[in-house]
Design a protein around this ligand. Structure first.
Ligand SMILES: Nc1ncnc2c1ncn2[C@@H]1O[C@H](COP(=O)(O)OP(=O)(O)OP(=O)(O)O)[C@@H](O)[C@H]1O
Ligand SMILES: [Mg+2]
Length: 337
């Protein structure tokens, strides 16, 4: 089934053509308009989606070398995300479905992240545990069988990606913060400052990153003068390691508790090469099968949405034209659209 995927939940406008697990094209346009504001401005995001979505879709068709008439199904993100941004994608998907007379399905953005790793030949074995670490979510999900998601741990405050972005702002490193922190941390010493690792007690699979962020803020304030480049590098490396230690430890706890041997990683923070290396090292020691999406499939993209849509369409699901955007959509509600 040749699926057109559409993703407009936040500040990436993306369209993709996916055939089963094969990506034929995956065009992503990251909106630059937000950079000077240090975060995503919702009104600017929806306007940029309106300008960019149709050209991006044309580019996706051209790259895949197919005509619009060859599309057999449409998958579009309908939540969670920014309401105005989601509306742009949803309206385009509904209109196209009417025009082409092909089925369409609304997709949960987080399910898309979880299934990004399945856009390759090596499929995770059920049941598996997925660690989702993105800009808006930090979740541990137990995936018992296809389309069956149970959240077993979540952040009680900031998401890990959000913590990267906020700490980068404190350190004057710009937006988005994740890549900036990763870059400068390469020159830093991660043992220099011992930042807190929260909620590490046994039996707790939840996360908390707000205290860590505040700790970085107090550390910076305690310096007599603005931090030097070397101090910023040391703070970044120490902060990054504190986040990684928690993610590693909680993932192992979840795998042990649920007796799973497959671990899937998902979300933008998984682009971090230090994180990728440390998880790869950990799974070798513990004999766990790790499923890592390629870096470009970790952050928002329409190929992961097309992949999730494919699973639902093949399952016979069809969305109704009454389906509205759901900015707070929960993973557990995915199959009820
Ligand atoms: N190399 C990196 N290291 C750490 N964090 C990173 C890296 N690259 C990106 N990120 C972080 O990933 C986040 C973006 O990821 P993603 O696109 O999955 O989030 P989102 O779509 O905004 O949120 P959600 O998926 O929860 O709705 C940002 O917070 C960004 O700082
Ligand atoms: Mg995302």
């Amino acid at each position: 089934m040749t699926i057109l995927g559409i993703e407009t939940s936040c500040d990436e406008t993306s369209a993709a053509i996916v055939d089963g697990i094969r990506i034929k094209s995956n065009i992503i346009s990251t909106q630059m308009v937000h950079q000077e504001y240090g975060g995503v401005v919702p009104e600017f995001a929806s306007r940029a989606h309106i300008r960019q979505l149709l050209p991006i879709m044309h580019q996706a068709l051209e790259t895949a070398n197919i005509k619009l008439s060859q599309i057999q199904g449409i998958a579009v993100t309908y939540g969670p995300g920014l309401a105005g941004s989601l509306l742009v994608g949803l309206c385009v998907a509904k209109s196209l479905s009417l025009q082409l007379e092909v089925p369409w399905v609304g997709v949960n953005h987080i399910e898309g992240h979880i299934l990004a790793t399945t856009l390759s030949n090596r499929q995770p074995a059920y049941p598996y545990v997925c660690l989702v670490v993105s800009g808006g979510h930090t979740l541990l999900v137990y995936v018992k069988k296809p389309m069956d998601y149970k959240i077993i741990g979540r952040t009680i405050d900031d998401a890990a990606g959000e913590a990267f972005d906020k700490v980068a702002k404190i350190l004057g490193l710009g937006f988005p913060g994740g890549p900036a922190i990763e870059n400068i941390a390469r020159q830093g010493d991660h043992t220099k400052i011992r930042f807190p690792r929260a909620l590490l007690d046994k039996n707790n699979l939840d996360f908390s990153f707000s205290g860590l962020k505040t700790s970085v803020l107090y550390h910076v304030k305690s310096l007599k003068q603005p931090p030097s480049i070397q101090q910023i590098a040391d703070i970044s490396a120490s902060f990054q390691q504190a986040v990684l230690d928690v993610l590693l430890k909680k993932s192992i706890m979840a795998l042990q508790r649920l007796q799973c041997s497959d671990l899937v990683l998902a979300g933008g923070v998984i682009r971090n090469s230090n994180l990728r290396d440390q998880f790869q090292k950990m799974v070798k020691e513990k004999k766990i099968k790790l499923h890592l999406p390629s870096p470009e499939l970790c952050t928002d993209n329409a190929a992961m949405i097309a992949r999730a849509g494919h699973v639902h369409l093949e399952n016979g699901e069809r969305s109704s034209f009454n389906l509205d955007v759901n900015p707070n959509l929960c993973l557990d509600h995915t199959v009820t659209n």
